[in-house]
Design a protein. Sequence first.
Length: 266
Amino acid sequence: MIHAEDIWKRLQQLRAERPLVLNITNIVVTNFTANVLLALGASPAMTTSEHEVEELVSLSRALVLNTGTPCMSQVHAMRLAAARAGQLNIPVVLDPVGAGASRLRIDAPMEFIRKGWIRIVRGNASEIMALGGSMEKPRGVDSLHASNIALEAASELSMRYECVICISGERDLVVSGGQVLEVCNGHPMMTLVTGMGCAATCLAAAFAAVHDDFFLATAMGMAVMGLAGEEAAGVARGPGSLATAFLDTLYCIDREKLNGIRCEAS
């Protein structure tokens, strides 16, 4: 379980320390996810260059790898960055966007996972099932499945590769071996804003930068993500204003608002 007081403690630490979170991410979400990290209190850095990633990793507290618009040069940069992060004991968070839609989108994430570089994987149910060996093609980057359908695949991946697996959905499931936490915050309108899932990955990375229990750090990131989405949807007129309200809510979130977190052992 996680509680509001635990999240508030880590959020205060995050805002005080402003850890650098390095992102090798997709071209669709770069601006939005950078702003999400800033609004939360972290410091984002973005790159796609293999010529600087190892230097930037050495300055970072967490690394995000997002395969949403993959190309071979970017995959090589991710490979260099993840290997360096492993040497420095910096947590690497993987977002396997569209896993299974193409060979590259499954081969690259699984290479990183098999090499032991990844501490946290955050994806939707279809993506997690693809990593687990499902041959069913996803519908673009959207999930065709509810999160609980991917629980078996997530558990097997977590135990085999000793990493935390987070399945995003109407209810988010955070899995580490035999442990499962269910985060029930969120709002359907969030699915209409491109990059919300990628933002969740970044929030998990930000909390992992200040919390060495990556299972709890991931649950905290997902809980704050869902709560901010709920709050933002309450004032938004549609997906455009939701994105703006979401950033504002992250920036303003305080101890009292965290009482709205709904998280339970599953």
